[in-house]
Design a protein around this ligand. Structure first.
Ligand code: SF4
Length: 458
């Protein structure tokens, strides 16, 4: 069996499962957020009763993150619905925007959107917050009401996005009926060259198979090249499995996984026991390919979908209006560090926005010093508009007052986010080019799509 089959067999209590088989699996964690949480709660109450209790209060994790720093009253109200539910169900893992459990969330637009407006429990973007808060464990099954839940596959777990109806059912029963996906294998060999990042790996892979090339399939990344990839790198890759239509992305377990998980579970007091899975020697794949990491170059997915692959150096004719670094995919500390490495001592020439994925990442950037300056100061000095209000921000467009949202037709943006279908970051006639944080930085300096090695070599 493949890694995904092993995980699902265990969760179904069966010795063996086959691709295509329908099985009931037990959930280890159910995650929801402010966009889908209210709908999920509605389904749960309708189907299980107004006084029903969730199947296991320690396995439901609620993370408001999407439409948070906006004056839109309906968005603010969604956070209040989550708070009421968390209080009613006595949920220990609700990462509220405010500290008062009886309070109401209202974003104060008069304070502007750069300075932080959240309390001590706020965790930021759900997919970055889940591992950081110790909720991702090897060998487990994670369901989330968000398509990029697949990011947690970096931790050797089966993690996939589900709709509100399924999530309402999981909330009541802790189980879900799943069809076992076929597995596609991407065997990584070699090491990335300077200026090339994990984002380039996944953009290369999606370009190879197309934005629907892995529809309802598991994408298994393995091979000797894995050992050189950090957990942040693996998260970036697993996150974008859905951009090829994948059911999940999955990585093998190794010492890096163990170190990360053990640190984060200990720090947060979450469950520390876990049991990773290993693939069998006779695992079968529906597709196999080798990715030579040292052959990869800075890569861009052009408008209008993540499969429109080109090399950055082939796109120097594309003039840009703005640049954006942020999201679960491209807003991690390591992403901002690579972004800053290119920008240090230089200036952006177009509007450039930076949105860290979590408050912890804000703190990392504000405390990590390179010489006399912090990474945060280096980016501000380069002209980047950085917000402390960690969250999804303009990755998903959001209400019109969302930081970095593309509100005009015709704008072209290079972005470290993960999805570029029309209208994704705002106006339906704007265009998004997906790239690594290093490529975004080089392009922000030049005002056109630029290979970051032009700046890193000197
Ligand atoms: S940052 Fe973007 S991709 Fe990630 S959860 Fe938020 S909206 Fe979705």
């Amino acid at each position: 069996m493949t890694l995904t089959e092993k995980l699902l067999a265990r969760a179904a209590g069966k010795p063996r499962v086959e691709a295509g088989e329908n099985i009931w699996v037990k959930a280890d964690v159910l995650m929801t957020h402010d966009v889908c949480g209210p709908g999920t709660i509605g389904v749960f109450k309708r189907e299980f009763g107004a006084d029903a209790k969730v199947w296991d209060r320690r396995r439901v994790v609620i993370i408001p993150d999407h439409y948070i720093f906006t004056a839109d009253s309906k968005s603010n109200r969604n956070v209040d619905i989550l708070r009421d539910f968390a209080r009613e169900q006595d949920l220990p893992y609700f990462y509220d925007v405010i500290d008062d459990p009886q309070g109401h969330w209202v974003f104060d637009a008069t304070k502007g959107n750069l300075k932080k407006q959240y309390g001590s429990n706020y965790a930021g973007v759900c997919h970055a917050a889940l591992p950081a808060k110790g909720h991702t464990r090897p060998g487990e099954v994670l369901f989330g009401t968000d398509s990029h839940t697949c990011m947690a596959g970096a931790f050797n777990q089966f993690a996939t996005g589900i709709g509100n109806t399924d999530a309402g059912f999981v909330m009541g029963t802790g189980k879900l009926l799943i069809k076992v996906p076929e597995t596609m294998r991407f065997r990584l060999e070699g090491r990335l060259q300077p200026g090339v990042m994990a984002k380039d790996i996944i953009l290369h892979v999606i370009g190879e198979i197309g934005f629907d090339g892995a529809t309802y399939r598991a994408m298994q990344f393995d091979g000797p090249g894995i050992s050189s990839l950090s957990m942040d790198d693996r998260m970036t890759i697993a996150n974008m499995a859905i951009e090829a239509g994948g059911k999940n992305g999955i990585f093998p377990f190794d010492t890096r996984t163990a170190e990360y998980v053990e640190t984060r579970t200990r720090l947060n007091g979450t469950t520390m026991n876990y049991e990773p899975v290993e693939a069998d020697a006779d695992q079968k794949f529906v597709y196999e390919c080798v990715v030579e990491l040292d052959q990869l170059e800075p890569t861009v997915a052009c408008h209008p979908d993540p499969g429109q692959r080109k090399k950055a150096k082939e796109l120097s004719h594309v003039k840009l209006d703005r640049a954006y670094v942020g999201s679960c995919t491209g807003g991690k500390t390591s992403d901002f560090v690579e972004f800053a490495r290119v920008l240090e001592g230089r200036k952006v020439s177009i509007d450039t926005f930076g949105v860290p994925a979590t408050p912890d990442i804000v703190r990392d950037l504000q405390t990590t010093r390179w010489g006399a300056k912090t990474v945060w100061q280096i980016l501000e000095d380069a002209g980047v508009r950085l917000t402390e209000n960690a969250g999804c921000a303009a990755c998903l467009g959001g209400p019109v007052d969302t930081f970095g949202r593309m509100n005009q037709a015709g704008l072209k943006c290079i972005s470290a986010t993960n999805r570029n279908f029309p209208g994704r970051m705002g106006h339906k006639e704007s265009q998004v080019f997906l790239a690594s944080p290093a490529t975004v930085a080089a392009s922000a300096i030049a005002g056109r799509i630029t290979d970051p090695r032009e700046y890193l070599i000197n």
